[in-house]
Design a binder for this molecule. Structure first.
Ligand code: SDX
Length: 432
């Protein structure tokens, strides 16, 4: 078996170098030794948007994009979606093992007793206009939490680190619910410690006055499973943002607010909201072929939202589970009329060479919005429903970065393509 190494010959000098291969990678700093002369900085790797660059080792989530595999700490997502609960999966992602009953009870107690936010957070949120997008409200409120917990800066202290992580997981539903209630002009509903994580969230969204609110068990379980599916996804755009911002050793609230901002984008977590807008724009099953033709023509801005993925080059395993949940939810809420358009879009796209050649399949966002809408959420709230569970992945990945001896402040290089050195020109000598 040949050695795990590359032999590189630099044709500019005729020199040969041996670069070790570890974990299917080469360390790009090993390229720095390849120079034409002593003044040469040495070779770098160039990889805009990190299409083929690993920026960390991680033990949290494994994805095999070609085989449509997603595992949290080695457990297949399909088994977790069927047999586990969101808080149990949160414990798994944070600690690496499924909890015992005592561990789960203690974890649930901790989360349940950190759902309140400081009263001033309410006043802070009241400053937004009535039509503020809830993702903007959530992102800024999460960042503001760093002002309420100054001790969070001590990220090297394990106890301090963990309590901030618990607070973030516990308070995200409260902040999200307050943002929703602000947008509909209703009074905030305080957390109810008697309810489950998802049940409490639904109550804070929907409860009116002093009536007791009992979430529908099918809808409560459906949202719990959707939270499991959205909890982590290795080094996606928002997690990379959390790791990058966190690498400056800022507190976790500031780092996670960067993740919320990244998730807001329509190419990332904002896609579920964009899918509903796209289905509405299509309007009827008969219009699907015309829309597909527009997408294939590459007409500005017409992408098949909810399709495609940087890693999955086959069906997103989460989309399969979501499709099953959709049937269960529609049993209770009635079928979302946009579902037929979505199914027809999928049917055509999966057989059309344009999409097959580009390995474009439905991703996690293609069907989730249909379920959220059927459950009564408005489209601008869909990405908030993504941010709540993904907070678990963000804090788990953040802590892994903090504890990783190989990590330091993220500071990539660049290829400079600007003007060569030139002298300053006094104002009166400048020509148009
Ligand atoms: C999420 O990273 C994660 O893990 C993210 C996520 C998570 O859990 O964190 O899984 C959540 O963000 C899911 C993705 C949600 N986004 C969307 O559904 C938006 C629509 N999809 C895309 O814009 C796109 O597919 C991306 C952004 C998801 C991936 O883009 P890439 O990997 O940068 O691929 P690309 O843009 O280079 O596209 C490759 C080709 C291009 O065609 P050509 O230039 O070769 O002709 O495929 C085409 C693209 O034009 N293409 C699409 C398309 N996605 C890619 N064409 C039509 N419709 C699409 N959706």
């Amino acid at each position: 078996m040949p050695k795990d190494s590359l032999t590189i010959t630099d044709n500019r000098t005729g020199k040969t170098y041996e670069i070790p291969i570890e974990n299917g990678c080469i360390r790009t700093d090993a390229l720095r030794q390849i120079k034409v002369d002593e003044k040469d900085f040495g070779l770098m790797g160039y990889d805009p948007a990190f299409l083929n660059t690993a920026n960390t080792k991680s033990a949290i989530t494994f994805i095999d994009g070609d085989r449509g595999i997603l595992e949290y700490r080695g457990y297949p997502i399909e088994q977790l979606a069927e047999k586990s609960t969101f808080l149990e999966v949160a414990y798994l992602l944070l600690n690496g093992e499924l909890p015992t009953k005592e561990e789960l009870d203690e974890f649930t107690h901790t989360i349940t007793h950190h759902t309140y936010v400081h009263e001033n957070v309410k006043r802070f949120m009241e400053g937004f206009r009535y039509d503020a997008h809830p993702m903007s409200m959530v992102a800024s409120t999460v960042a503001a939490l760093s002002a309420f917990y100054p001790e969070a800066k001590n990220i090297k202290d394990a106890k301090i680190r963990r309590i901030q992580m618990m607070r973030l997981i516990a308070k995200m539903p409260t902040i999200a619910a307050f943002a929703y209630r602000h947008s509909v002009g209703q009074p905030y509903v305080y957390p109810d410690n008697e309810l489950s994580y998802v049940g409490n969230f639904l109550a804070m969204l929907k409860k009116i006055g002093t009536n007791t609110y009992k979430p529908h068990p099918v809808l409560e379980r459906a949202l719990d499973v959707l939270f499991i599916l959205h909890a982590d996804h290795e080094q996606n755009c928002s997690t990379t943002s959390v790791r990058t911002v966190g690498s400056s050793q800022v507190d976790p609230y500031s780092a996670v607010s960067a993740g919320v901002d990244a998730l807001y984008g329509p190419l990332h977590g904002g896609a579920n909201e964009a899918v509903l807008r796209m289905l509405r724009e299509i309007g009827h099953v008969s219009k699907v072929p015309e829309f597909i033709a527009k997408v294939k023509s590459g007409e500005a801005g017409s992408r098949l939202m909810g399709f495609g993925h940087r890693v999955y080059k086959s069906y997103d395993p989460r989309a399969k589970v979501i499709k099953r949940i959709a049937d269960e939810v529609f049993e209770v809420t009635g079928k979302n009329p946009l579902l037929d358009i979505a199914l027809e879009l999928e049917r055509i796209a999966l057989s059309d060479d344009y999409f097959v050649k580009r390995k474009l399949y439905p991703n996690v966002d293609f069907y989730s919005g249909l379920i959220y809408e059927a459950m009564g959420f408005s489209a601008d709230f869909f990405t908030v429903l993504f941010a709540i569970p993904r907070t678990v992945g963000w804090v788990a990945q953040w802590e892994e970065m903090v504890l990783d001896p190989e990590q330091k402040i993220a500071r990539p290089r660049q290829i400079y393509i600007g003007p060569k050195r030139r002298d300053f020109v006094p104002l009166e000598q400048r020509k148009k």
